[in-house]
Design a protein around this ligand. Sequence first.
Ligand code: LIP
Length: 269
Amino acid sequence: MTVSADLARLAADIAIEAGELARRRRVEGVQIAATKSAAADIVTAADREVEQLIRRRLGRARPDDGFLGEESGAEPGASGITWVVDPIDGTVNYAYGIPAYAVSIAAVTGDPDPQRWTALAGAVFGVATGELFTAVRGGGAHLHTPDGPKPLHVNAQPGEAGALLATGFGYDPATHAGDLARLSRVMPLARDIRRIGSAALDLAFVAAGRLDGYFERGLNPWDHAAGALLVEEAGGRVGGIPGGRPGTELTVAAGPDLFDALVTAIDGR
Ligand code: LIP
């Protein structure tokens, strides 16, 4: 097995264990522990506990690797590999009891900056459905089923009714006017819009052909680190502002025939 495949296996095993802890805590009742960038940007006690589990398991398995997590921050490593972790992506869904949240774990090499890193492996575990999506750079993307791993492929192009697109809106109400203006520029391409509430699941669904495309402003590195590799390894394209990489300013993911039109529509110039 290649190094990247080993990393993907480790990410998958830990994501499943972490997801089971998140599910148990959800059943027991969720407590909001704090707010972060805005009143709507919440963190639950489970977010913190799940990230601690992931960090502990990764540290035990690969003590020389770095870590970048949504809740506990960054720690450099000596191996050149950094784990980029969102313990519960879709925290608001999780807090409300909406069954659409995921554990997202990616292994990247190089500077742990989405503008400069190279993702080697990723796992997105949709806890409520028990769906595990994995990707290995150069090794494809897969949905793991009881019948074995199923290769993922993005939709080559939208149907004649238009593209099924997903997006999201920032936690800061001051960003909503811009988000809605961006959405209105994109609507001529769309048959409909979905707002799932988890970037990791949005990206996994693009990779699986369940969405034709996805775009969102304001994501953090851990939101898209694993999902972006899923899309690329499923034959799709991922980017940001025109010519850029996915980042806080913008994340866009789609099949190859839709990507440029989506970026152009979002840009609006
Ligand atoms: C969330 C993203 C979602 C976005 C939310 C939030 P979190 O991540 O997955 O797509 O719309 O604003 O950023 O905060 O649940 O990890």
